[in-house]
Design a binder for this molecule. Structure first.
Ligand SMILES: [Zn+2]
Length: 235
């Protein structure tokens, strides 16, 4: 009995000696090593290439370096890691980065640099889009704090809120005129504005659970916004 329990504990903590189970516990070392940024320039072998200056080009040979996988979107877009962002500044940074890394500027360069520019460009697009919209920005910020919010796990959502969502959905389904759709749209927009303010306050007070609850509500309204967009397309 004792032996069995010790075995279970060893298995759970990953301390079971290699060979006993036929294979060692899966290690993530290989993956993390492969994804780690080289401190040297891939092209000239110069030191500290990726981390210096803009962090994109080798200061010696000017070759484009691979994206730094440890860099988060806020750092990439030169924003404070906070819910409130200056969207005008974000836009400026986006344009500045695309002028540096866009694949159009690498058509005459090596294949390696072409590939890196594709990766950088995609990353910059994703970062910009994620940080621009309050909902995705909030969810991303929660993720950086270790709080995942997968869709469809809102069991704790209060009934009154779900009823409210259901009513708006029904209204939208029944809406026949442009005016009726516009009315629903303005209600949803006001709700999103209110929720965005609440999320902002929650993050400022470091109340992550509150932020998560508000963002989950925003996701419901965001789904309605998508439906409104579809309904507006003339058939
Ligand atoms: Zn170099």
């Amino acid at each position: 009995m004792w032996g069995g329990r010790t075995g279970a504990l060893l298995r759970v903590s990953g301390l079971w000696p290699a060979g006993v189970l036929g294979r060692r516990p899966i290690s993530c070392n290989a993956a993390s090593l492969a994804g780690r940024n080289s401190p040297q320039c891939w092209n000239c072998g110069g030191p500290g290439g990726p981390m210096r200056g803009h962090g994109f080009f080798c200061p010696q040979c000017r070759a484009l370096q691979p994206p730094d996988p440890t860099r988060d979107y806020f750092s990439l877009m030169d924003c404070n890691r906070a819910f409130r962002v200056d969207t005008a500044k974000l836009q400026t940074r986006y344009q500045e980065l695309q002028r540096l890394v866009h694949p159009d500027f690498f058509s005459q360069r090596s294949q390696t640099e072409k590939d890196f520019s594709e990766k950088h460009s995609t990353l910059v697009n994703d970062a910009y889009k994620t940080l621009l919209a309050p909902l995705s920005r909030g969810l991303y910020l929660l993720k950086l704090h270790g709080l995942e919010t997968p869709e469809g796990t809102d069991d704790e959502m209060d009934r009154q809120f779900l009823m409210e969502i259901m009513e708006i959905n029904e209204k939208l389904a029944e809406a026949q005129s442009e005016a009726a759709i516009k009315e629903i749209e303005s209600i949803v927009r006001a709700k999103q504005k209110e929720l965005t303010d609440n999320v902002s306050r929650a993050f400022e007070q470091d109340d992550l659970e509150k932020a998560k609850e508000m963002l989950t509500k925003m996701r419901y309204f965001s789904n309605i916004e998508e439906k409104i967009k579809l309904k507006k397309i003339p058939l």
